[in-house]
Design a binder for this molecule. Structure first.
Ligand SMILES: Cc1cc2nc3c(=O)[nH]c(=O)nc-3n(C[C@H](O)[C@H](O)[C@H](O)COP(=O)(O)O)c2cc1C
Length: 179
């Protein structure tokens, strides 16, 4: 697949109404290949926790108990949505106490994430990066083994590519100024 074609056609998939399967071997390959992203000092400030298809239900129940305590409707809809996925990744960035290095780490994570989403798109796996407010809850961080010097920056929902998703065009004529 051409790079430009992958960039233009990758879309965030937001429908999880059908039971989906993905190829975990292709997933693991993409997770490793994506690490060829630029990162200052070769700190490689990224890692993921894979929640495989058969673990999604257990994960959802645990997560919902914390994030949606006493909200049975929300717990139910989370369970229904995520158990339809082909899997999920918890996205974890390494933090740095130094301001500049910390910024670099977060930017590098973004580069890693785009690499990963493009490689997965090429492998026939759809994605949506989700950043719900509960990623900051200490109990949710603990659930995924996020350490004190790390930040949970979201979840990558993994889907098949059966749905057609609209391309929302960008305002590219406004992004260049001349000096
Ligand atoms: C850091 C980040 C966080 C995001 N968080 C969410 C989210 O919490 N929920 C969601 O539905 N989409 C989320 N998205 C997906 C964006 O909304 C999506 O990229 C946007 O709708 C553009 O669509 P496209 O990816 O199909 O071009 C996130 C994307 C990024 C890069």
């Amino acid at each position: 697949m051409e790079l430009q074609e992958a960039i233009a056609n990758r879309r965030s998939i937001k429908k999880f109404k059908r039971d989906m399967r993905i190829d975990d071997t292709a997933l693991y390959q993409a997770i490793k290949q994506a690490a060829d992203a630029p990162n200052h000092g070769m700190r490689e400030p990224w890692r993921v926790v894979h929640i495989a298809k058969d673990r999604l239900g257990t994960m959802s129940k645990q997560l919902s108990e914390i994030a949606f305590h006493n909200l049975p409707k929300k717990q139910e809809s989370h369970y229904e949505a995520v158990t339809n996925l082909g899997g999920m990744l918890a996205l974890i960035v390494k933090e740095d106490p130094r301001q500049k290095e910390n910024l670099e780490n977060h930017m590098a994570f973004g580069a890693y994430a785009q690499n990963l989403m493009l490689l997965l798109h090429e492998a026939g796996i759809g994605t949506c990066w989700k950043s719900p407010a509960y990623i900051f809850m200490p109990e949710i961080r603990d659930m995924f083994g996020v350490k004190d010097n790390e930040k949970l920056v979201g979840f990558l929902y993994l889907t098949d590519l059966e749905d057609k998703v609209l391309h929302r065009s960008r305002h590219v004529d406004q992004i260049i100024e001349t000096f």
